[in-house]
Design a protein around this ligand. Structure first.
Ligand code: SDX
Length: 428
């Protein structure tokens, strides 16, 4: 067993300990590298750099493995329950019946926003991007819940976490209702997590939306499959912000902003726009794949590729199955699903994608499912945020409970001008 790594710099050699994870991942611990050698490492994008040790989620990108607190995600496919997975990720174990009921009761009790928050929605233009509203309103929540600034003990933390997981639906629904000029629909305490969200999105004061069980299960699965993914861009952002001891709401608001990018959570919108462009433009999938391979085209096959998965994203497989089952059940014949299937078939046999190990990722099919249940495209990444929120909360809490946790402060290699004198404006 190799327990240390040796770094040779010139005539000197330095030993650094090797740490090993549960599943045999190994890291060279370089926490005192600069102090001992005067050198730092350089790793733009952090593809080779571990920022922390975490017990929440395990990914094996080569084997297409994803486990939440050790449980393979495939085991959540039957009777998918997002609320149960949220508890598992945050508190580290599946909830007992009593814990589950108490957590559900907390979610139900905290679904409403302070009435005065509604004025904030009125201040946004109807065309405002929902992710901008979501981030702003999650941050604004801290103004109405000052207790979130003092989350020392688990009880206060649990109440704040439940409040955030519950209210994020209300914020998302109100943002949507504002964008279409329709009245806000209050949460209904008789409804479970997903049906209540769809109720706030789609009900009218005179007509209650009914959530079909097949839709309830599909959206529960979409949300839980998005619930955590170890140190992805948005979760690392939450940890970075939380490392300065900024409050939970501020950290999650920052996570929303990171997730918004089209290379990250925004990809589910980009996938639907891509499929729609192919469909409306009568572009053959074969032609589009050719464009995606041509660097000059600036076109990418959105929903394909992943920094970590160099095999199938297991979530994509599960979501493809949901799409295949849900659409016929809803009598929804979506030409975009046919295009997606064809793109996948072509790409998986094309050496360009095979050599670069580019496979469908979580975003490739999720949008087709959301579209089938009536979620507008500009709300797709908002649903990704609702799904990812428990993961962000779990990582924020894990970091804040870690003794010796330091403020994140990466180094750099400076490549700017050497020392330069200031020249007064009249001498320039
Ligand atoms: C998510 O980190 C996470 O866990 C994220 C996530 C989560 O749950 O939090 O899983 C969610 O963000 C999924 C990814 C969603 N993004 C997309 O679908 C956008 C399209 N995909 C890419 O832009 C890209 O694949 C990334 C950003 C996802 C990964 O990029 P990498 O690993 O940095 O790869 P790269 O950009 O260095 O590309 C390597 C090669 C390049 O070609 P060469 O220079 O070697 O010739 O692969 C090519 C790229 O041009 N390439 C693609 C491609 N993705 C990579 N070519 C065409 N289409 C693509 N989608």
């Amino acid at each position: 067993m190799i327990n240390e790594a040796t770094l040779v710099i010139g005539e000197q050699s330095f030993q650094f300990p090797i740490c090993e994870g549960t599943e045999g991942e190994r890291a060279i611990d370089i926490q005192d590298l600069r102090a001992r050698t005067g050198y730092i490492t350089l790793d733009p994008g952090y593809g080779n750099t571990g920022s922390c040790q975490s017990a929440i989620t395990f990914i094996d990108g080569e084997k297409g493995i994803l486990r939440y607190r050790g449980i393979p995600i495939e085991q959540f496919e039957q009777n998918p329950n997002f609320v149960e997975v949220a508890w598992l990720l945050i508190f580290g174990h599946l909830p007992s019946e009593q814990e589950y009921r108490a957590f559900s009761a907390d979610l139900t009790a905290s679904a409403n926003l302070d009435e005065s928050m509604k004025h904030h929605f009125e201040g946004f233009p109807r065309s405002a991007p929902p992710m901008a509203i979501l981030s702003a309103m999650i941050n604004a929540l801290s103004c109405f819940h000052p207790e979130c600034f003092e989350l020392e003990d688990e009880e206060h933390f649990r109440v704040a976490a439940a409040g955030l997981i519950s209210k994020v639906r209300t914020i998302a629904a109100y943002a949507y209702r504002h964008s279409i000029g329709q009245p806000y629909i209050y949460p209904d305490p008789a409804l479970r997590y997903v049906p209540n969200f769809l109720h706030m999105l789609f009900s009218q004061p005179y007509a209650e939306h009914f959530c079909e069980p097949v839709v309830r299960d599909a959206i529960n699965l979409v949300l839980l499959l998005h619930a955590d993914h170890e140190q992805n861009c948005s979760t690392s952002t939450v940890r970075m912000v939380g490392s300065s001891q900024a409050n939970l709401f501020a950290a999650c608001a920052a996570g929303v902003c990171a997730l918004w990018g089209p290379l990250h959570g925004g990809a589910n919108v980009a996938v639907l726009e891509m499929l729609d462009r192919i469909h409306r433009g009568h572009i053959s999938p074969e032609e589009y794949v050719r464009m995606a391979k041509d660097k000059d085209s600036k076109v990418r096959l959105m929903g394909f590729g992943h920094r970590v998965y160099k095999n199938f994203d297991p979530r994509a497989r599960m979501l493809a199955t949901v799409a295949e089952r849900l659409l016929p059940t809803l009598g929804f014949n979506d030409p975009l699903l046919d295009i997606a299937r064809r793109l996948e078939e072509i790409a998986l046999e094309d050496p360009y994608f095979v050599e670069r190990k580019l496979y469908p990722n979580v975003d490739f099919y999720s949008g087709i499912i959301m579209r089938a249940v009536g979620i507008p495209t500009n709300m797709f990444t908002v649903l990704f945020s609702i799904g990812r929120l428990p993961g962000w909360i779990a990582h924020w809490w894990e970091q804040s409970c870690t003794t010796g946790s330091k403020i994140a402060r990466p180094r750099q290699i400076y490549t700017g001008a050497g020392i330069t004198d200031h020249v007064p404006r009249d001498g320039r």
